[in-house]
Design a protein around this ligand. Structure first.
Ligand SMILES: C[S@@+](CC[C@H](N)C(=O)[O-])C[C@H]1O[C@@H](n2cnc3c(N)ncnc32)[C@H](O)[C@@H]1O
Length: 243
């Protein structure tokens, strides 16, 4: 299906839009890895990490202290996630979608102005100021709705979303099983879920695929990218499934 940089599918046109978007310097620049280094030197990697993330205030403070937006993982990773989604799932653009642990809205701004411009995009994060920071930089599209909330207890009724995304975040959640259950509760039967996560982050195993209740697994693989923040390779697991 993939040949060079082009993807031959119904969404090929939209991919060109992604490339244009990714080439705009205001969306991406590499930053420093200060934040992860701080976590390392504070000794909270390994066993202490679980205790650390159990207090949502710690997570919020860690992200807010860090210039996360400018040290955003990598163009490579963002392109990868969006391309996988677009080649594996067909959608009309009118769907109601949710992004869990959205951070500074890099994906969500793109989703609401491009892929789902005729639909509605809801985004949830623990950190209000990270979302505010993102919307000040990128603008806030009319069909993008922001919620300060915990992924372990989503503020939505059951079966309301056609598609639910959660990128690079579930390894930060103290009870990832609860978060997956919440994602599945709010996704319509027959809707799609696209999750990327680090199964071995900070010395802690996140056995997410055990918790998933899928009607059909559409895609299950790993991908590696270089985190510009600390210049090391990170391997994420990625899963797309139908509820
Ligand atoms: C690595 S960032 C990923 C952000 C975004 N999805 C992206 O890929 O750019 C992880 C995000 O998870 C959020 N987060 C961590 N724990 C959370 C929780 N329990 N509920 C909601 N958001 C959480 C953090 O505030 C942070 O924005």
């Amino acid at each position: 299906m993939i040949s060079g940089k082009k993807i031959f599918c119904m969404t090929c046109e939209k991919l060109l839009v992604i490339d244009k978007y990714l080439d705009q310097p205001q969306f991406f620049s590499t930053g420093n890895g200060g934040y992860l280094n701080t976590l390392h030197s504070a000794g909270i990697f390994g066993k202490g990490f679980k205790t650390f993330i159990e207090n949502p205030q710690n997570v919020v403070a860690a992200y807010e202290d860090y210039d996360y937006f400018t040290a955003r993982f990598s163009k490579e990773e963002v392109r990868h996630n969006l391309q996988t989604f677009m080649t594996k799932v067909s959608f009309s653009g009118e769907e109601q979608v949710l992004s869990v642990a959205c951070g500074p809205l890099i994906y969500e701004t793109f989703l609401s102005t491009n892929l789902f411009s005729k639909g509605r995009v809801f985004a949830v994060d623990l950190s209000r100021s990270l979302m505010k920071y993102g919307s000040e930089k990128l603008g806030q599209p009319k069909n993008l709705y922001l919620y300060e909330a915990n992924a372990q207890s989503l503020p939505f009724s059951s079966e309301v979303f056609d598609i639910c995304f959660s990128y690079a975040a579930l390894h930060w959640i103290p009870d990832p099983e609860k978060a997956v259950k919440e994602i599945e509760r709010v996704t319509k039967k027959g809707g799609f879920v696209h999750i990327t996560y680090n199964p071995n982050f900070a010395g802690m195993e996140t056995p997410l695929s055990k918790f998933i209740r899928a009607e059909q697994i559409i895609h299950d693989s790993s991908f590696t990218f270089v985190h510009p923040g600390f210049g090391e390779k990170e391997t994420f697991r990625e899963i797309i499934y139908k509820r």
